[in-house]
Design a binder for this molecule. Structure first.
Ligand code: GAR
Length: 208
């Protein structure tokens, strides 16, 4: 049997996307194991959740540190854990080019909008303020530009007249949890390939 791919998760806060991935791993929906969970903030609920799950959880505080130095420490921890794929799960830090280059096409991110619309912070508020009628989430590979890498999958949700930021964020988050696990599964199973900017499904059995 092939050895399981190793995931590294980076988070900064609540960690609900991490938990969704961890649940999918546990249930066998993602053929991988979580080798390490790293938070850059001591108060991240996701870090506590990783510890409770008995995972290798590490705090590497970023506050007050030069980005390159902090990133070098995170890269070194990920390499020590021999990760095959890194999932940014609410990791609210820009990665340095050195970090991205250390793991080419091996870093995924989830963003709460239909990229390329509304990159950056407060994507759900940006969508509401703009007045779009449909929003959603995007799972993409990370490149050296913010919220810019090749898109693996997107899920849409309606924007309702009654929505405030909280209601829209909750509707999107529900889809994020489904989308992230599905994207990680596709990547670790070798079901996709990058052609120019397009991520295409290879011929695999089962529903598209
Ligand atoms: C999620 O909505 C995620 O898409 C967003 O932060 C939230 C983290 O929630 N990420 C970004 O905005 C990145 N640009 P979580 O900690 O519960 O997974």
């Amino acid at each position: 049997m092939a050895t399981l791919k190793k995931l590294g998760i980076l988070l900064s806060g609540r960690g609900s996307n991490f938990e969704a991935i961890a649940d999918s791993v546990k249930a066998g929906r993602i053929p991988a194991e979580i080798a390490i969970v790293i938070s850059n903030r001591a108060d991240a609920l996701g870090l506590e959740s990783a510890r409770k799950r008995g995972l290798n959880a590490k705090l590497i505080i970023s506050k007050g540190r030069v980005r390159e130095e902090h990133d070098a420490e995170v890269v070194s921890a990920l390499k020590d854990a021999k990760v095959d794929l890194i999932c940014l799960a609410g990791y609210m830090r820009l990665l340095s080019p050195e970090f991205v280059r250390a793991f080419p096409n091996k870093i995924l991110n989830i963003h709460p909008s239909l990229l390329p619309a509304f990159p950056g912070l407060d994507a759900q508020k940006q969508a509401l303020d703009y007045g779009v009628k449909v929003s959603g989430c995007t799972v993409h590979f990370v490149d050296e530009h913010l919220d810019h890498g090749c898109i693996i999958l997107q899920k849409t949700v309606p924007v309702l007249d009654s929505d405030d930021e909280h209601a829209l964020s909750a509707r999107i988050l529900e889809q994020e949890h489904i989308a992230y696990s599905e994207a990680v599964r596709m990547v670790v199973s070798g079901e996709i390939e990058i052609r120019d900017r397009r991520v295409v499904r290879l011929n695999v059995k089962g529903p598209a």
